[in-house]
Write a protein that binds this ligand. Structure first.
Ligand code: BES
Ligand code: MN
Ligand code: ZN
Length: 501
């Protein structure tokens, strides 16, 4: 894993043109007659004789969101290159929101691969957003390349905003750095291919990350899972030669304000099992452990930032494979806690491993239960590949959705329609794992999970099937592959709970 180093620049605004860096990033805004310069670019413009906007326009720049235009400084600045990053049209109130700054900084960082150091002036608009965007846009995963090509951007110096104190700025930067590093941890886990990341190796990696961060860790192996009756995890993991695990991480501040249980789906590869998936795009199922990666990364973050909370991650790990030892459609599983489930489709495996993990996590009597998973293709059908579906107890669900939107990860509150619940009734068992029809597939999965949450416990389910893994082109601060969603939503939520309870 690499993310660029972040540092608060010691350069004064007046001295930007003489900063010792390889590139300077400035912002452009989409004006009515061409690109306009954003705050922070004044000195570069002065060094270029006040012609920056005109030169950019002649190079075809418009200032539209995520546009990047590079310009040689030809001796006018110490840096050899100015990169103009588009922020798009200003918001209705004339301002430029945090997410625009994040995306512009991210697009700039991607474009600067091969560059050692850059001075970013977008941070004068929003320091935290520019820092997060630059770090995440500069992320690279080259573990499996013989020739990694251009090294990613090495270091980003961020120009301080005009208001606030240096102490305040340092605190903002520290949080942004920690958040970006946690997102990178999640991305690394998602990007590691399934031949190297299976339940046992995932558990080992989680343990070593936890040890390094001084976080408690506990791993249940197959024997322990059997002894304690984790029927969902054992059922799903039964078809693989690489047996399942359950991992728990726990961080606690000395006087925690609240106790938060995080649960994340950890299917290290999802073939569908006996109800096997079609070949096309099955490789995307390397991302089916994104929820697990996100909650582990979030506990490490909570420890690093010392949130005044107790935060645990409970992660069921299994590989869903077809084989002579697989569970079958028609099987009835006895889940942890005793509920029985008739399996009608072995490809609806996530809810089975999660149910076990949620019941276990609730034994610790948390104040909030937060579960996230790449749970349904129906999430993609309903909301596309950038908007998580957020379900759960209504008040808490809406609080989480609001925070998800502010984080830049997006997310939209979705209902759990009562009329679909009956479709999960089983002829044999307490519950079936699918409805037998396609309608509202994301919501039906949410209703299934609700059966395993105690009444009155505020809970939320974030379905990130699409948003966790970018199968398209890079955009903003998001490259191809693992995105780290929903780490930043979870981070925002923990900080909100730390503040407001
Ligand atoms: N892991 C998949 C969901 C998924 C789909 C994640 C696309 C990422 C991208 C999940 O286990 C699954 O297979 N769900 C089934 C459920 C169905 C059988 C009720 C689905 O969505 O088709
Ligand atoms: Mn599946
Ligand atoms: Zn799955």
């Amino acid at each position: 894993m690499t993310v660029p180093k972040l540092a608060l620049s010691t350069t004064k605004v007046e001295a930007v043109a003489s900063a010792r860096v390889d590139a300077i990033v400035i912002g452009t805004v989409q004006g009515t007659d061409g690109p306009e310069l954003a705050a922070g670019s004044e000195q570069v413009d002065a060094a270029l004789g006040g012609q920056l906007a005109g030169v950019l326009a002649s190079l075809g720049a418009t200032g539209k969101a995520e546009e990047t235009v590079k310009l040689p400084t030809l001796g006018s600045c110490r840096a050899g290159v100015v990169l103009a990053a588009g922020l798009g049209k200003p918001d209705e109130d004339g301002g430029i929101g945090a997410e625009r700054v994040r995306r512009a900084a991210g697009a700039a960082a991607r474009e600067l691969a091969g560059t050692k150091t850059a001075l970013c002036t977008l941070s004068t608009l929003d320091l935290g957003a520019a820092a997060e965007g630059a770090a995440l846009g500069g992320y690279a995963f080259t573990e499996y390349k013989s020739d990694p090509g251009n090294p990613p951007l090495g270091k980003v110096e961020l120009l301080a905003p005009p208001d606030g104190t240096t102490r305040g700025h340092r605190a903002v930067l520290k949080a942004a750095t920690a958040i970006a590093e946690s997102v990178a941890i999640a991305r690394d886990l998602v990007n590691t291919p399934p031949n190297d990341l299976f339940p046992g190796s995932f558990a080992d990696r989680a343990s070593s990350l936890a040890h390094d961060a001084g976080v408690d860790v506990e791993v249940l192996d197959e024997k322990a899972l059997r002894r304690k009756g984790f029927g969902g995890i054992l059922g799903v993991g039964g078809g693989s030669a690489r047996p399942p695990r359950l991992v728990r991480l726990r961080y606690a501040a000395s006087k925690p304000r609240k106790k938060v249980a995080l649960i994340g789906k950890g299917i290290t590869f999802d073939t569908g099992g006996i109800s096997i998936k079609p070949a096309a795009n099955m490789d995307h199922m390397t991302s089916d452990m994104s929820g697990a990666a996100a909650v582990i990364a979030t506990v490490l973050l909570a420890a690093k930032l010392g949130y005044p909370l107790e935060v645990s991650a409970t992660v069921p790990l299994a590989e869903n494979m077809p084989s002579a030892t697989s569970y079958r459609p028609g099987d009835v599983l006895t889940m942890y806690g005793g509920k029985t489930v008739e399996v009608l489709n072995t490809d609806a495996e996530g809810r089975l491993v999660l149910a076990d993990a949620m019941v276990l996590a609730a034994e610790q009597e948390p104040d909030y239960l937060i579960e996230t998973s790449t749970l349904t293709g129906a999430q993609l059908v309903a909301l596309g590949n950038r908007t998580p579906g957020i379900m759960g107890s209504e008040e808490f669900r809406d609080r989480v959705a609001e925070i998800a939107q502010r984080s830049g990860e997006g997310g939209w509150p979705m209902p759990l329609p009562e009329e679909l619940r009956g479709d999960l009734d089983s002829r044999l068992a307490d519950l079936a794992n699918v409805t037998g029809h396609r309608w509202g597939g994301m919501l039906a999965a949410g209703l299934f999970l609700r059966e395993f949450v105690a009444d009155g416990l505020p809970w939320v389910h974030l379905d990130v099937a699409g948003p966790a893994f970018n199968t398209g082109s890079p955009w903003g601060y998001t490259g191809k592959g693992g995105t780290g969603v929903p780490v930043r939503t979870l981070a925002g939520l923990l900080s909100d709970i730390a503040e407001h309870g």
